[in-house]
Design a protein around this ligand. Structure first.
Ligand code: PGA
Length: 248
């Protein structure tokens, strides 16, 4: 098995230029040389270029938080995948639950965005996850399974996409599923994604939702967890590097 751990930071709608560049500089100088994990930060689109410049030559990559499904055209305020790529990004998050909720993004939309990302030679990080009500109703696995089937584009392979499991109720709340629940969900996801993609031994499955330096090690130790998508704790270099160190 050759899956490299990916620790991805999702800065969300945070950081003006000075703070974002300072954080990028701190990450570039703080990252362990020859780190066992791939590190990635996804700043707001306004900062992708300047953060990429600060991280150039370091082991930390840059990504976007969303892209439009079309290549170009009359979509005021939107950003195409190729534009994100053009700024130095290698990845883009699609289908984050905040986008699914705030912008009513359906699985179909997420699939089109992931497809646009692939066409622009970006690696889409496709997010899925159940709400608290769905988990309480015993539907977590079926909800996540159907999000996966609806959101993975036909052009994807197990080597060209990343999937992040982010239970909605664990995002920004300080609550996480038990490690047994994470393990069970990731094993289910590997099976479902494997049947969609024709294989999933190489597919990287991230866990996201209240990952901190204190809980990263036990989560990252799980067999089917290949990294983390980190929100709040990615805004402080020390915390983000602490999570990366837990992957060693
Ligand atoms: P959190 O966010 O780490 O702040 O819970 C995770 C995410 O939404 O990607």
């Amino acid at each position: 098995m050759t899956r490299r751990v990916l620790i991805a930071g999702n800065w969300k709608m945070n950081m003006l230029r000075a703070d974002g560049e300072a954080l990028a500089t701190a990450l570039a100088s703080g990252v362990a040389p020859g780190s066992a994990a791939d590190l990635l930060v996804c700043p707001p689109a306004t900062l992708i270029a300047s953060v990429a410049a600060k991280l150039s030559g370091s082991a930390v990559s840059v990504g976007g938080q969303d892209c439009h499904m079309n290549e170009s055209g009359a979509h005021t305020g939107d950003i195409a995948a190729a534009m994100i790529k053009d700024l130095g990004a290698g990845y883009v998050i699609v289908g984050h639950s905040e986008r699914r909720a705030d912008h009513a993004e359906s699985d179909e939309t997420v699939k089109s965005k992931a497809s646009a990302a692939l066409a622009a030679a970006l690696i889409p990080i496709i997010c899925v996850g159940e709400t608290e009500g769905e988990r309480d109703a015993g539907k977590a696995e079926s909800v996540v399974g159907s999000q996966l089937c609806g959101s993975i584009p036909e052009s994807a392979t197990e080597d060209t996409i990343v999937i992040a499991y982010e239970p909605v109720w664990a995002i920004g709340t300080g609550r996480t599923p038990t490690v047994d629940d994470i393990a069970a969900m990731h094993s289910h996801m590997r099976q479902v994604a494997g049947s969609v993609l024709g294989g999933s031994d190489n597919l990287r499955l991230l866990y996201g939702g209240s990952v901190k330096p204190g809980n990263a090690m036990e989560i990252l130790a799980l067999r089917d967890v290949d990294g983390a998508l980190v929100g709040g704790a990615s805004l402080k270099a020390e915390d983000f590097l602490g999570i990366a160190a837990a992957a060693e």
